[in-house]
Design a protein around this ligand. Structure first.
Ligand code: NAP
Length: 248
């Protein structure tokens, strides 16, 4: 399959699991990262060791001009883009809303909402049939937070993911006749570095007893859902937000 899958934030956590599984499915994978080149290159090396194809490309997808450069590099260097996973996302430091700084709010909204919108724009311009593309699929990584609200932790993050859900629906409808499907996966509590970065390093120990299955999910359990949505097996699934939360 000479087709490219772009995974934003593909160097660590859920994105890295999606990149590995995407390569195993036959995509040439573009592993985008913001600052951790070592982690992204390690994912690429692992994919290549297993016989797959991947490249690591640095870009801060919260910046419009860097999104443009990222997609231009894919145009120049890789097979046609048919799959995009908008995975890069941050929460900002945990607090009540009234204590959150304007900088935190801006950082989260600029990456989780504007960054996803810019990547969707760039992808539609390349993938939709009306633009001469091959069609394909976009999967946005939302969060169970979008419907839980995340009180006392990061209400603004939950709101940003609700925006992702609505974007997913609207973009799916806008491209439904152009061979381009758009869906989202809403993970629950997943074992990644995100919890340390948000200021809750013990969350993976303290939260699970309160969750239905009594454990956090693994990044690979999210990647399986993402790869299904990208695949032809999900050919009539469009505009959906698939909750993968262990029942939460
Ligand atoms: P993670 O382990 O913290 O990894 C985040 C990844 O995003 C890293 O590869 C990071 O790049 C990249 N990134 C951050 N800012 C970026 C930017 N501006 N431009 C490009 N890449 C950027 O996070 P994760 O837990 O896997 O989360 C992935 C997605 O799942 C996020 O959208 C998150 O909201 C969502 N989610 C996670 C959970 C959970 O429990 N973990 C639950 C629900 C939803 P560097 O490596 O270069 O820093």
């Amino acid at each position: 399959m000479a087709e490219t899958l772009l995974v934003t934030g593909g160097g660590r956590g859920i994105g890295a699991a999606v990149a590995r599984l995407g390569a195993a499915a036959g995509y040439t994978v573009c592993v985008n990262y913001r600052s951790n080149a070592v982690a992204a290159e390690a994912v690429v090396a692992e994919i290549e060791r297993d016989g797959g194809q991947a490249v690591a490309l640095q870009a801060d997808v919260a910046r419009e001009e860097e999104v443009e450069k990222l997609f231009a590099a894919i145009d120049a260097e890789l097979p046609p883009l048919t799959a995009l996973v908008n995975n890069a996302g941050i929460t900002g430091h945990v607090s009540k809303l009234e204590e959150a700084s304007t900088q935190t709010l801006r950082d989260v909204i600029e990456l989780n909402v504007l960054g996803v919108i810019w990547c969707c724009q760039a992808a539609v311009r390349r993938m939709a049939r009306r633009h001469g593309g091959l069609g394909g699929a976009i999967v946005n990584i939302s969060s169970g937070a979008a419907t839980l609200g995340s009180p006392d932790t990061f209400v603004w993050y939950a709101a940003s993911k609700a925006a992702v859900d609505t974007l997913t629906l609207g973009l799916a409808l806008e491209n439904a006749r152009d061979d381009l499907r758009v869906n989202a996966v809403a993970p629950g509590l997943i074992r990644t570095d995100l919890h340390v970065d948000s200021g809750m390093p013990d969350r993976l120990e303290t939260m699970p007893p309160q969750t239905p299955m009594g454990r956090p999910g693994e990044p690979e359990e999210i990647a399986e859902a993402v790869l299904w949505l990208l695949s032809e097996k999900a050919s009539f699934t469009n505009g959906a937000v698939l909750r993968v939360t262990g029942g939460r």
